[in-house]
Design a protein around this ligand. Structure first.
Ligand SMILES: Nc1ncnc2c1ncn2[C@@H]1O[C@H](COP(=O)(O)OP(=O)(O)OP(=O)(O)O)[C@@H](O)[C@H]1O
Length: 249
């Protein structure tokens, strides 16, 4: 479990507080510029907070050593980078070595390779891959070491619908193994369908946190996104028909 207390970065993110249990897939949603990446980057230690604390495993996570951070939290930024000249296999090897874990390298790389169906790509260079293929490699890299806290900024951006569904299932399965999995998402229908908890950010403010049905209320959708939506619930899942509000441009 993590407890976020008044975590903020002026002027981009107003102080936010919430508690998130492990074993959950948590979606961070909100319009462009709402502060999603800022929040995730603060948790990942890529940005320094101007105030607040984060309790994770007892102490203030924001003051944890670099090694503890590296071995507890896996971060995939919105625009992950890897040297284009490296093969996929090399990217995964370097990623694992950087974690300084005692994990068996070959077995761990085989594990994430299988999870992301990367076998056919292992000997290709990163530069030779499509955008979606590269994203799957970055996702595999984020899963290396089986760390307890995954923080992924738009992990399904640029994936086709097959891989979007597969990734959301995979991330939910990762959460079910006891991890806290936090993902920034723009697809609210997939967020509603797969996430246990949603955090809705709007103009740097935490507007709502809770179960998807509560957070994706008519009022919140209108205020944050200036849309209205009809939700379609079937046994297979949730879909929706979003529309611009009448009085918006
Ligand atoms: N490097 C930066 N320096 C100053 N302000 C920034 C910087 N990066 C982002 N911002 C601002 O911080 C606010 C939050 O940005 P952030 O990237 O966290 O939004 P986001 O919700 O992730 O948006 P998007 O959906 O467009 O990715 C925005 O107003 C943005 O303009």
């Amino acid at each position: 479990m993590i407890t976020i207390e008044n975590l903020g970065l002026a002027p981009r993110l107003h102080p936010i507080s919430c508690q998130l249990n492990g074993s959950q897939l948590v979606g961070i949603i909100g319009p462009n510029g709402a502060g999603k990446s800022t929040l995730l980057s603060l948790l990942a230690g890529q940005l320094s907070a101007t105030q607040g604390r984060v309790a994770f495993g007892g102490d203030n996570w924001l003051e944890a050593s670099a090694l503890r951070r590296r071995q507890s939290l896996s971060f995939m930024p919105q625009q992950p980078h890897a040297d284009g000249a490296l093969t996929v296999a090399a990217v995964l090897q370097v990623g694992l070595v950087n974690l300084s874990l005692s994990t068996a390298v070959t077995a761990e790389i085989a594990r994430v390779t299988e999870l992301l169906a990367l076998q056919p790509l292992l000997q290709r260079t990163m530069a030779s891959l499509s955008g979606g293929e590269q994203r799957r490699v970055h996702l595999a890299r984020a899963l290396l070491g089986d760390l307890p806290w995954l923080v992924l900024d738009e992990p399904i951006a640029s994936l086709d619908i097959h891989y979007q569904l597969q990734m959301m299932e995979l991330l939910r399965a990762q959460a079910r193994t006891g991890k806290l999995v936090m993902v920034a998402l723009h697809d609210l229908s997939l967020a509603a369908r797969f996430c246990d908890t949603l955090l809705l950010l709007d103009q740097g403010v935490l507007r709502a946190v809770g179960e998807p049905a509560q957070v994706l209320s008519d009022e919140n959708l209108a205020a944050a996104f200036r849309i209205q939506a009809r939700w379609l619930c079937t046994e297979q899942g949730v879909g929706w028909l979003p529309q611009l509000l009448q009085d918006t441009d």
